[in-house]
Design a protein around this ligand. Structure first.
Ligand SMILES: [Fe+2]
Length: 356
């Protein structure tokens, strides 16, 4: 039974339309420096998202180890986003996770609708598309599949794709390995602030409470990519976000006043520092503004895993060690849920403000 009222972008894209419905046309001010994403990705001049090689993150040679950790720390402070290579998760596993996700999205829309989420009743896990919010009525050019993948005891297996048959196994192994990588990254970021190694991990909920939520983003080909966005500009609310993609460009970062298109680095994982770590570090680590653009020629798919603190249990605020007489706390204390609400509220206010 199809209960969802949200239009699937995939159905719209495959209907052969040459112009996109007005709900998908973004306001002019959001469409700066769009260009052709394939051309943009090839450009070598200007700032580039850093690539961080994690091979030596646990090296026994303290000098070698420090050099690696220092680079990660610098990238987190300067950009807040990076391509991780030699991160310890095998190419084969990443390939298979991606194949499984692709196989799910290759099912007919009617099949996927059996997994449809129901945002109105709070069932946010499953297959979905963005619902227009009341204020702007704007939509994004993507469909997605969203579900909690770690800790294992908090998963709702009834919503996980049953096709392909290996989806559950592969996604579970991948989630577990990412969780290990998150611990490693958090320990380097802790040491980078002069904190004890396990501190940030503890502050975001530890093994029991830090939630890993996977969102597979499916961006169909778009007949008017210069007018639409796959994902509107935002910063991630998470502590960390890890992203795989199918090597089709689309991620853009707002760095030093300009939109930069991320290159597709083979076998890398794109990692974002999210708002949670930005807050805890009192702005020393950056949560960068980014967006997803679409194109006419190729379907883009990305697999984002958001590592998030529990919604209510933890008050997020700059850690005392990051605050001093000369560095006042830049963020008021808020739970994760309050932080999300605050962002929504601010966005609504901005939209209601008279156009400049
Ligand atoms: Fe994001």
């Amino acid at each position: 039974m199809v209960t969802s009222v949200a239009p699937r972008v995939e159905s719209l894209a495959s209907s052969g339309i040459q112009t996109i419905p007005k709900e998908y046309i973004r306001p002019q001010e959001e469409l700066t420096n769009m260009g052709n994403v394939f051309e943009e990705e090839k450009k070598d001049e200007g700032s580039q998202v850093p690539t961080i090689d994690l091979r030596d993150i646990d090296s026994e040679d303290p000098e070698v180890r420090e050099r690696c950790r220092e680079e990660l720390k610098k990238a987190a402070m300067d950009w807040g986003v990076m391509h991780l290579v030699n991160h310890g998760i095998s190419d084969d596993l990443m390939d298979r996770v991606k194949k499984a996700g692709e196989a799910f999205f290759n099912l007919p829309v009617e099949e996927k609708e059996k997994y449809a989420n129901d945002q109105k009743t709070g069932q946010i896990q499953g297959y979905g598309s963005k619902l227009a919010n009341n204020t702007s009525g704007q939509l994004e050019w993507e469909d997605y599949f969203f579900h909690l993948v770690y800790p294992e005891d908090k998963r709702d297996m009834s919503i996980w794709p049953k096709t392909p048959a290996d989806y559950t196994e592969l996604t579970s192994v991948y989630a577990k390995q990412l969780r290990g990588l998150a611990t490693k990254i958090l320990s380097v970021l802790s040491l980078g602030l002069g904190l004890e190694e396990g501190r940030l991990e503890e502050e975001v909920g530890g093994l029991e409470e830090l939630l890993l939520q996977m969102k597979i983003n499916y961006y169909p080909k778009c007949p008017q990519p210069e007018l639409a966005l796959g994902v509107e500009a935002h910063t991630d609310v998470s502590a960390l976000t890890f992203i795989l993609h199918n090597m089709v460009p689309g991620l853009q970062l707002f760095y030093k006043g300009k939109w930069i298109t991320a290159k597709c680095v083979p076998n890398s994982i794109v990692m974002h520092i999210g708002d949670t770590i930005e807050i805890l570090s009192n702005g020393k680590y950056k949560s960068i503004l980014h967006r997803g653009v679409v194109n006419k020629e190729k379907v883009r798919i990305s697999w984002a895993v958001f590592c998030e603190p529990p919604k209510e249990k933890i008050i997020l605020k700059p850690l005392p060690e990051t605050v001093s007489e000369t560095e006042a706390a830049m963020f008021p204390p808020r739970t994760f849920q309050q932080h999300i609400q605050h962002k929504l509220f601010k966005k609504t206010q901005d939209l209601q403000a008279p156009a400049k």
